[in-house]
Design a protein around this ligand. Structure first.
Ligand code: ATP
Length: 441
């Protein structure tokens, strides 16, 4: 299904149906920023909530935090970001276009003006957005918009240990915005300058990192399955020793078959005690953990599963997008638990009082039960179905004249998104039916 999906199809559907818009669109846009509309924000939230449920609420070894985006600049000095969070930048001497050297198709040819041999030496471009905190702009007031949420976890390691004293191994999780001044933001929401992350630091005894690493490989795959991503389209890339970041002893990148090709969806890294060690050195505060069984104190090592929300949204949309040519419709086959709207209720005619009253009654009942329910009475029923298919609504409930009288009084039809099958069901059995039917809401 997702193999034939083109990026333009997804971009166009997202705009047409109110999922995602260019940031600051009305003023001509701001490169690398995107705004989520009513359906996009619901989809994104469902993805983030699922992650939180799987990795925090459903486990007893995980602790959530929500750290400030602005942090003391010492955080970024100690972590190495100030010195090394860079991408190689080249500039064309002819048209002055600037590009990320390692992402050029042809390292010798400018992709904008087409001239060859116009690039000089690449220079290291730091991707952190710099700002000043407070009314004085000087060296001391410098701060950065965080380029990752991970450091907000490490800086709270001691707080969590002191307040909860968890058993080892345990993890701290955080979701929130990250900012990177990417040289070339591109490919819709794939590479942005402002995006959302979901990260875990899982603290382990140095001797036990391997088993936790394997655990998180499996957990990452389980999350992708829960997102409805076909396993065949998810690839594990064992990063070669020579390509590992200096702090990592092992990294697996999870790649996905996006419409733009096979690209990184999330990362999993064994970061040793690099981060806690740096904090300990820079702050002078101990980051050691004292085992409850009286064993020797140690600075924990860390396994880091790191997920980008935008890439998860894009993967979910790619997997769900279906051009159902036989029925001349576009369908988002979203898993029901991710669908922004779970059920739509539709009266067959909008100018019949009894019909509308019945439809409203059904709508109120479903809304109480499923929350995200849409009432739709514009256009003809066929058009309504198509609209609902495009935004991935698993069921459309139609209240028709048969719902009002005779043997079929107090029944409605339920139309299934993927098959277009319709069944008549008693209103009294509707909630239970939807809960246990194909998509089990
Ligand atoms: P890339 O190589 O694609 O630049 P990265 O290796 O720098 O990514 P990490 O630092 O490992 O990425 O970030 C963790 C996750 O955050 C990535 O797997 C990705 O899902 C997401 N991510 C990183 N940069 C961006 C971005 N500019 N826009 C959207 N998501 C991003």
């Amino acid at each position: 299904m997702s193999k034939d999906v083109k990026l333009e199809d997804i971009v166009s559907l997202c705009k047409r149906r109110g999922f995602i818009f260019q940031g600051s669109e009305v003023y001509g846009g701001l490169a690398g920023t995107w705004d989520y509309g009513p359906l996009g924000v619901a989809l994104k939230k469902n993805i983030m909530d699922l992650w939180w449920k799987m990795f925090v609420s459903d486990r007893d070894d995980m602790y959530g935090v929500d750290a400030a985006i602005l942090m003391n600049k010492k955080v970024w000095e100690a972590s190495g970001h100030t010195a090394t969070f860079t991408d190689p930048l080249v500039e064309c001497s002819n048209c002055h276009g600037r590009f990320r050297a390692d992402k050029l198709d042809d390292a010798n040819k400018c992709p904008t003006c087409g001239k060859e041999g116009t690039f000089g030496e690449a220079r290291a471009f730091n991707m952190m957005f710099k700002t000043n905190v407070g009314p004085v702009e000087d060296e001391n007031s410098i701060s950065y918009l965080r380029p990752e949420t991970a450091q907000g976890i490490f800086t709270n390691f001691k707080n969590v240990v002191d307040t909860f004293y968890p058993d080892m191994p345990f993890g701290i999780a955080q979701q929130g915005k990250g900012f990177r001044n990417e040289i070339s933001p591109r490919d819709f929401i794939f590479r942005d300058r402002e995006f959302e992350m979901m990260e875990i630091e899982y603290f382990v005894h140095p001797d036990k990192w391997q088993e936790s690493f394997e655990h998180w490989v499996e957990q990452t795959k389980a999350f992708f399955t829960a997102l409805g991503l076909p396993a065949d389209n998810v690839h594990e890339l064992e990063v070669e020793q020579a390509d590992l970041a200096h702090y990592s002893k092992r990294t697996v990148d999870f790649e996905y078959d996006f419409p733009i090709g096979k690209e990184e969806l999330s990362g999993l890294a064994y970061r040793t005690d690099f981060d806690l060690g740096n904090i300990q050195n820079a702050s002078g505060k101990s980051m050691e953990y004292r085992p409850k069984d009286g064993g020797e104190v140690f600075v924990p090592h860390v396994i880091e599963p790191s997920f980008g929300v935008e890439r998860a949204v894009m993967a979910v949309l790619t997997a769900a997008y279906w051009n159902d040519e036989a029925n001349e419709r576009i369908v988002l086959k979203l898993p029901a638990h991710l669908a922004p709207v779970k059920v739509a209720v539709c009266p067959l005619a909008k100018n019949n009082e009894a019909l509308v009253a019945k439809a409203r009654e059904v709508y109120d009942m479903l809304r109480k039960e499923f929350g995200e329910v849409m009432y739709i009475d514009s256009g003809n029923i066929g058009k309504n179905y198509r609209k609902m298919d495009e935004i991935g609504v698993p069921y459309v409930v139609t209240v028709d004249f048969e719902s009002l009288e005779g043997d079929t009084k107090d029944t409605v039809t339920v139309r299934h998104r993927d098959t277009t099958d319709q069944e008549r069901i008693e209103v009294a059995k509707l909630v239970q039916g939807l809960k246990t039917s194909t998509f089990s809401l």
